[in-house]
Design a protein around this ligand. Sequence first.
Ligand SMILES: *Cc1c(COP(=O)(O)O)cnc(C)c1O
Length: 454
Amino acid sequence: MRFLSTRGQTPSLGFSDAVATGLAPDGGLFLPESLPDFSGKLSAFERLSYPELCFEFMRVFATDIPPDTLRQIVAASYTKFSDPAIAPLKPLAKNLYVLELFHGPTLAFKDFALQLLGNLYAHQCRVRRETINVLGATSGDTGAAAIHGLIGRPGTAIFILYPDGRVSPLQERQMACTGAENVFALAVDGTFDDAQAALKEVFGDQGFRTQHRLSAVNSINLARVLAQCVYYLHAWLRLPAAERGNVEFVVPTGNFGNVLAGWMLQKMGVPIRGFRVATNQNDILYRLFTTGEYRVGAVHPSLAPSMDIQVASNFERFIYFAVGREPARVRQVMDTFKQTGAYTFERFNRDTFTSTRCSDGEIPGIIQRVHAAYGYVADPHTACAFKEIAPDRVSVVLSTASPAKFPDTIRSAIGVEPTHPSLEALKSKPIVKHKLQATPAAIRAFIHAHAVGA
Ligand SMILES: *Cc1c(COP(=O)(O)O)cnc(C)c1O
């Protein structure tokens, strides 16, 4: 299969090249040239384990990787999950389920995509006899998940910048206590935005970028979106047949990567009724789905920090379909948005997308209510999704992080502090971090000294 840019000014690429490229050179995001139709295969998929299902799904897209190799890559990507179901679907009440996506190594849903992406990168390094240096800035979860996708992989190194003293102690430990020689946790002076801005300059230096074969960690990689389709499919197949057609997935949303994956799966012939886009107080997508206007706002830090975004970086993929798959119109929307900070769409299908917004003040109360009603402990991100459940649908709430990652918020809500063995184990390991100034020169010098390959 070939992959096209949403902006239409990049030649189509095969799967491995599109994954290695990340952002298309024309500024757009890669999408499959045409979406496959899985409707005829669903009954054959019913009995498959998670890794088998993932392989059957991915092979339709990753046609440039030999099937046996792809099967191994996929199988290896789900060995570090602590629950045998990988993505267990748990009933809470009549017409209400929770899909737990936090049993991977960093206890958040990003592991589903980044474990696979790490193995795809390593595979590419092997067959092309190349090295790769992965670079990213994080305010929390993504950096840890990316690091755990690449730990100890030959031919790779990963450098993650984060604002020193401004990520949670547990998040810092997930990045800085790996003991792996190819992992560099870089604690920079300044804010996340400072780190991000410096990084952007480093990537802008084409010579340096090519010399060290730099690749970016970000939420727009094609492989991430495809990997995330699989848990929706897996959950759908585990619902009672009578409930499947009426299912609404309720998704704690930031950059729109997670819910986009579910929606694309629906477009590939899986009869899902709809999606509920649950935002925190950073509500650009809530405003979009309730009014049609997409307008950038300021970021307000919240108790659900992985959803603290200003613009949703995956949203351009949705725009592509919303404007009838015409790249010229995508460019026009993105231009208008860039110039004015807003764009108004015609009405969306309200049956497919509903949306809720959860203010910070509401989060502890929801955690308490969900705990009292179902005996279930939701992390602050998942709590946003429990804000409101449609009475006339079968709801599957995606639980995106383990509550043990947010002990303070949970304790203040229900009086007990959740723990997790893997987080407890981290507390006795030494922190290895490198303090850096948030300047392009300091970052370049560090990478120069520690990169693989060059
Ligand atoms: C990243 C993240 C989200 C937001 O997911 P998007 O794909 O950016 O919409 C929600 N919850 C948790 C715990 C996350 O780490």
